[in-house]
Write a protein that binds this ligand. Structure first.
Ligand code: FAD
Length: 429
């Protein structure tokens, strides 16, 4: 008889703690006396894929994901388990495993966007039993006080609804479950995994993010210890500074830390250090992230079309010369050029800088907003499909902005947030 296995399909959740999908898969495996198998698929097709002539996955994100998965394997090994790594798409990896074992369930996160939904549907169409959980959200789907097709049309309405609903709070973070043993991976590690990764961290990187759960926890503890949370709201719009904002985005995007844990820790911090606008504001920003995750599910493929979810005609074109100038930081608008240099070299830029370069691409260079979103997708270390495409749609006016898009006055913004030009001097030759 073939051995029974329960698969935890690792998508964007490279962590052991507060991971409902991992815990559920481990529990089912224990109850059935089955093996528990964490499976990560590297999917070379997606890595080689292009969007408007740009790679979908760039070196910054790839480096961070690779570190996060390696750290996940190490952490699983210390818990007596392991991580299977496949270079194939999940459905092919599952079919390969199914030849020598009996997969009773595949447990994974609820698909956040169209590709993940189609991937899940393909696995189900092959006859596998798929169980999805809300892993990287603050709220479970069942907790939301509306159906997805009634998602509030703007973030403000969403925030008011969820903040006012009595008893609606994120679940307390889960501790890792006891893991059933893993069965040996039925194929050798793929070459994509064993090859050494050629990446040199820029010496100008302010926060030296290292993928993985332990470094996420260490960074977050350092941020809290420094009491930076108490002035978060005043500093978050600055272009630079290691503690100007939390710098958690890459760890959140790769699932190395959960939004529920950050939420809970800010409440503990308030109890110990006092609450103020800043300590609340980090939760406010996590609600933005949350909104975009449900928004992406609600609007599915329309989030990626030129007319966006709002079905609005757009005037931007795809002029190669203007786009190249934007990408390479040669627009002659110094704040945009500095921010694009930072993005290209480090994979990160502040929220304010992201807003400014997006506004410039859409409203001054008159380019198709999807070019900007695609370039961010290929460059950001913290690329997250819902936050990236949601924010770009928002600024371009085809998304959930009640004001129909955001146009920033770049000179005013540069004077206000970089008055001594230190940011521009740092990044411009
Ligand atoms: P903090 O200010 O410390 O915020 C804490 C966390 O809240 C962030 O890590 C993030 O998870 C969440 N958050 C904060 N602001 C936003 C926001 N506006 N929308 C959604 N979540 C938010 N964020 C990503 O994680 N991935 C992306 O691909 C991404 N693309 C963006 C594209 C554009 C055009 C814009 C304007 C914003 C984008 N953001 C994206 C949101 C935001 O800019 C980054 O999350 C933030 O700058 C990361 O720095 P931080 O972790 O220090 O943020």
């Amino acid at each position: 008889m073939k051995p029974e296995v329960v698969i935890w399909l690792v998508r964007d959740t490279c962590r052991l703690n507060d991971n409902p999908a991992l815990n559920l898969a481990a529990k089912i495996a224990k109850e059935r006396g089955a093996y528990f198998v964490p499976l990560a698929c590297l999917e070379p097709r997606r890595w080689a894929d292009q969007q408007f002539g740009m790679p979908r996955i760039g070196k910054h994100w790839a480096r961070f994901r690779s570190e996060s998965l390696r750290a996940l394997r190490d952490d699983l090994l210390t818990h007596g388990s392991d991580l299977w790594v496949s270079a194939e798409e999940p459905v092919y990896a599952l079919d390969r495993a199914q030849q020598s074992m009996n997969i009773v369930h595949v447990v994974c996160d609820r698909p956040v966007a169209t590709e993940e939904r189609l991937e899940t549907a393909r696995i189900e169409a092959e006859g596998y039993s798929v169980i999805t959980c809300d892993v990287d959200e603050l709220f479970r789907f069942e907790q939301l006080p509306f159906e997805l097709d009634e998602l509030p049309a703007t973030f403000s309405k969403f925030r008011k609804v969820v903040e006012k609903k009595p008893g609606l709070v994120p679940d307390a973070p889960l501790k890792i479950a006891e893991l059933a043993s893993c069965i040996a991976q039925p194929w050798p590690d793929p070459v994509e995994w064993t090859e050494t990764f050629d990446y040199v961290l820029s010496p100008k990187t302010e926060v030296r993010t290292l993928g993985g759960e332990r470094s996420a926890q260490a960074h977050w503890a350092e941020y809290l210890d420094a009491k930076a949370l108490s002035h978060y709201k005043e500093t978050r719009n600055a272009f630079c500074g290691p503690m100007q904002s939390s710098h958690l985005s890459a760890w959140l995007a790769h699932g190395c830390i959960s939004a529920r844990q950050i939420w809970a820790d800010t409440l503990t911090y308030e109890a110990q250090n006092g609450a103020n606008d800043s300590t609340y504001w980090l939760r406010f920003e996590l609600l933005w992230r949350e909104y975009f995750r449900w928004y992406s599910r609600a609007f599915d493929w329309t989030l990626f079309r030129r007319k966006g979810p709002n079905d609005l005609e757009q005037s931007g074109d795809q002029n190669a010369r203007r786009f190249e100038a934007w990408k390479t930081g040669q627009t002659n608008c110094d704040i945009v050029d500095a921010a694009m240099q930072e993005l290209n070299e480090t994979g990160w830029m502040s929220n304010r800088a992201r807003q400014l370069v997006a506004s410039h691409l859409i409203y001054e260079l008159n380019l198709d907003w999807r070019l900007g979103a695609s370039y961010f997708e290929s460059q950001l270390v913290d690329f997250d499909v819902a936050s990236n495409w949601g924010n770009w749609a928002y600024i371009s006016g085809v998304g959930p902005d009640p004001r129909g898009g955001r146009i920033f006055n770049l000179n005013d913004q540069a004077d206000r947030y970089d008055p001594d030009q230190s940011y521009r001097r740092r990044w411009l030759p």
